[in-house]
Design a protein around this ligand. Structure first.
Ligand SMILES: Nc1nc2c(ncn2[C@@H]2O[C@H](COP(=O)(O)OP(=O)(O)OP(=O)(O)O)[C@@H](O)[C@H]2O)c(=O)[nH]1
Ligand SMILES: [Mg+2]
Length: 464
């Protein structure tokens, strides 16, 4: 960036999150490709200067706020901006108008001016009204952690489906923040609270606004319909393939834990690995042969984070279904992270939200090569394993553990299938893992490992 004159830079930053960017701008990235016009919340034509705002609410600790701000700083950096200062406040509860108190807003303004910052980012979610008020008082863009995460997802989306999901999440975030009266359309579009928000000091006229709003609502409906089609198509494909014999294993975990590295290590699949948050947005599934001979379908999934925006959880639901429908989750935890157990708790919260809270979990503490903490964590968590997806350490144990856990989910059943029932024999082979077969006069005596559904279906042939 050659032009560092603050006035000129302010000019480029004039566009607030409420004003869809002109379609000609190039930093639109993923959105433009899909046809959407959602602007990025943080400029990408230059590195914005950012002030972070953290609030410690009643019952919380300041160290937690610090850790949250460290993570937010990483998020901001990933989104392509620089943190120049932090502001902290302790409060019993948020101020309904400005989240932080009046005096603190004044201090924030001073700091923002002193550091010539472009945008302030709150770690907590701001209501549309709080956002509007803060922007008026501060004279600069005010956004929250959710907006930053949405930006990163927007930059990283690559598949058609991923782009559509991110665009949908962005519009759902944006709609209640559109300047203007009445929130009926935004309610219709996202089920979010009524808008009525007026952000920034400039904006399109009321008529233009209503046109924009209608266009966005139409776009939201189109995206929802497209995504439903994709989900339906996937469903049909799954049914056509028939109930595959292979059990499903989904790799889940906090962002940057090493999930993709693990999938690559296990299946040599060349999935993108980056020291970057939310590098993976699409689910990649590969076949994996376990040491016991059984094959499983292993899927790498999008990473989770504390306060994962609910707009994203909603929009990514069909992608996240992979986890909810899996037979087993391999929960990869970054053992070298500052607070691995806090990350585990965040992952559990999101798993609950997407209906995967009950799926059996095998915890794998990763990065044993980089941190001594991994061994202590493994000791503390029964049934967990310590691995390095990078060096391969502990991977054999992980594979054995996956096999064990999957076998524990099934029961061994002995059946006698008459010779004229080739269809039943075929079904046993399709549904389960055949352990032994012996030809007898009455038919084939067959021992197989079956899950509960198959056991019930084949109960008529069971013996012993
Ligand atoms: N030292 C060490 N680094 C690792 C290990 N596994 C992964 N990493 C590094 O951690 C970073 C993140 O790895 P990814 O595999 O992309 O993580 P992910 O969980 O897929 O991340 P997202 O897709 O962004 O959620 C990369 O820089 C990896 O090289 C490990 O066992 N040891
Ligand atoms: Mg990944």
């Amino acid at each position: 960036m050659t032009d560092r004159d603050p006035r000129t830079r302010r000019e480029t930053n004039r566009r607030t999150p409420t004003e869809p960017a002109p379609p000609t701008e190039s930093h639109r990235g993923a959105f433009g490709d899909y046809g959407g016009e959602t602007g990025a919340f943080i400029e990408r034509t230059f590195r914005e200067r950012i002030v972070l705002v953290g609030v410690t609410l009643a019952g919380q600790h300041e160290e937690q706020t610090d850790a949250d701000l460290d993570e937010l700083e990483l998020l901001v950096d990933t989104a392509g901006a620089d943190v120049v200062a932090r502001i902290h406040q302790r409060r019993t509860g948020p101020d309904p108008a400005t989240f932080i108190g009046k005096g603190k807003v004044a201090e924030l303004k001073e700091t923002a001016e002193a550091f010539d910052c472009d945008t302030v980012v709150f770690d907590h979610d701001l209501s549309p009204a709080q956002q509007r008020n803060l922007q008026e008082l501060l004279g600069r863009t005010a956004i929250d952690r959710t907006a930053v995460i949405l930006d990163i997802f927007a930059q990283n989306a690559s598949s058609q489906e991923g782009k559509a999901q991110v665009e949908l999440a962005q519009y759902r975030y944006l709609l209640p923040r559109l300047r203007g009266r009445g929130g009926t359309l935004s309610q219709q579009a996202g089920g979010m609270s009524a808008g009525g928000a007026r952000v920034g000091t400039r904006g399109p006229g009321e008529t233009q606004l209503e046109t924009d709003r209608r266009r966005i609502v139409r776009r939201v409906h189109k995206l929802e319909a497209d995504l439903r089609d994709v989900a339906r198509h996937r469903d049909v494909q799954r049914k056509q393939r028939g109930r595959s014999r292979a059990q499903g294993v989904a790799i889940v975990g906090y962002t940057n834990a090493g999930k993709s590295t693990l999938l690559n290590r296990l299946t040599e699949s060349g999935v993108l690995v980056e020291d970057r948050l939310f590098a993976t947005l699409d689910a990649t599934t590969r076949r994996l042969q376990l040491p016991g001979g059984e094959a499983v379908l292993l899927t790498d999934t999008v990473g989770f984070i504390r306060k994962l925006p609910h707009q994203l959880v909603e929009a990514f639901r069909s992608t996240l279904d992979v986890a909810a429908e899996a037979d087993l989750l391999v929960h990869v935890v970054d053992g070298a992270a500052a607070d691995p157990e806090a990350q585990m708790a965040a992952v559990h919260a999101v798993l609950g939200e997407i209906g995967a809270g009950q799926v059996p979990q095998l915890v794998a503490f990763n990065k044993v090569d980089a941190s001594d903490e991994v061994k202590r964590l493994v000791d503390r968590h029964m049934g967990s394993v310590g691995i390095s997806a990078l060096t391969g350490e502990g991977i054999d144990d992980l594979l054995l553990a996956i096999g064990d856990r999957l076998r524990a989910l099934t029961t061994v059943t002995e059946m006698l299938v008459p010779w004229d029932r080739g269809d039943v024999l075929a079904e046993v082979h399709r549904e389960g893992e055949v352990l032994s077969e012996a030809a007898e006069d009455a038919g084939m005596r067959i021992r197989a490992r079956l899950d509960d559904a198959a056991t019930a279906k084949l109960a008529a042939w069971q013996v012993g």
